[in-house]
Design a protein. Structure first.
Length: 370
């Protein structure tokens, strides 16, 4: 058993520490109360007379202690700095200031924003600089090839080698306007095409390259969309030597074989794509508002789904309007001298179509035939 009178007793030591902590807490409370009372009772120092021009340091020295305490209480304390910031500020104040504001004297966030804006402007300026036209070797022809994908352009350029400039249209260059129907219904559904706003620079570059090319090869995708893209490009370039090449695989053998036997734009494929596009516009612009009104805004009607839905609805209406009617059919099993037997169905009587509607009527016909 522990001796309570022993000074090294842990319990006694803990009690002593607790009493000391309580005493220190009471002392701090009393000190805080004294400061608060001094700040409340203190009056601001009287204003100095204008004629008496005393230095600011002397005024601060003569101000009572309570006023200084009140001023310190009113001023907000600066935000606590991180450990790294405190260490940096203690070791090198100039370096800490430069890290906070940057070399230009601006905050780091504003400086980064300015750098990003400068980078965007520089990128725009580079984009506006036109690529120099290719230099033609003396006595050698130069050709322009237009594809849809930039990735395809790099591969095909590698296969064709020098003497060819390969450019990408990146999809369609012209389309129907978004702000209106764009289809003249009164004059044979004639479409009205406009150059897409975001493709004006691409088209301008293609025209520039076509000016120095002896021939233009349109190698867009071998489908209706690719044929329409090639047709639009040919219309805008208006080059006298424009050819169409198609290949189903991006290999050196297939590409070179296509360029050995170029063809012309297939107008039937172009018309097929135009018909699809016009139907899209007619259905979308005329039926979509009905969907917004009846179902939900933002829905879009398609040329295929809309027709299919109409066929289903019409068939359902026929099913619901159907009235069942009784009818009979008369069959005879006949056999000749030579097999096989066969079934004959009564269709007409005296040149008129015969469809018995009751069993009694059918039995009367059977009796008459017998």
């Amino acid at each position: 058993m522990e001796n309570p009178s022993n000074p090294e007793d842990p319990l006694q030591k803990l009690r002593a520490e607790l009493e000391a902590a309580r005493a220190e807490n009471e002392r701090l409370k009393a000190r805080a109360a004294a400061k608060k009372a001094g700040a409340v009772k203190a009056k601001p120092p009287p204003k100095a007379v204008k004629e008496a021009k005393e230095p600011k340091q002397e005024k601060a020295a003569k101000a009572p202690r309570a006023a200084r305490v009140a001023k310190e209480a009113k001023e907000p304390k600066p935000a606590a700095k991180s450990k790294a910031a405190r260490t940096l500020s203690r070791k090198s104040p100039d370096r800490a200031e430069r890290a906070a504001k940057g070399k230009s004297g601006q905050p780091a966030k504003a400086r980064r924003k300015g750098q990003q804006e400068e980078a965007r402007q520089a990128a725009g300026a580079e984009a506006e600089v036109e690529e120099p036209l290719p230099r033609r070797a003396s006595g050698k022809p130069h050709y322009l090839v237009v594809v849809e994908s930039p990735a395809k352009a790099k591969t095909i350029k590698k296969y064709l080698g020098s003497g060819y400039t390969v450019k990408a249209s990146v999809g369609h260059l012209k389309d129907l306007p978004k702000s209106k129907m764009g289809v003249d219904i009164e004059h044979g559904f004639q479409p009205e095409y406009h150059v897409i706003k975001t493709k004006e620079k691409v088209l301008h570059e293609l025209k520039r390259q076509a000016q120095v090319a002896d021939k233009v090869f349109l190698a867009t995708d071998p489908d209706r969309e690719g044929e329409a893209i090639a047709w639009h490009i040919a219309e805008e370039m208006n080059h006298p030597e424009t050819f169409r090449v198609m290949f189903n695989e991006i290999t050196e053998k297939a590409v070179k074989a296509a360029f050995k036997d170029p063809g012309r734009i297939d107008q039937k494929r172009v018309d097929a794509q135009q018909a699809r596009r016009v139907l899209d516009r007619l259905v979308g612009y005329k039926i979509s508002p009905l969907l917004w009104e009846k179902i939900r805004r933002g829905l879009s009607a398609g040329r295929v789904q809309s027709v299919a839905v109409r066929l289903i609805c019409e068939r359902e209406q026929e099913i619901r309007a159907f009235v069942p009617q009784e009818y009979w059919s008369l069959h005879a099993y006949l056999a000749a001298a030579l097999p096989p037997e066969f079934v004959a169905t009564l269709r007409e009587k005296d040149g008129q179509k015969l469809v018995p509607s009751t069993g009694a009527e059918t039995q009367a016909i059977v009796a008459e035939l017998e």
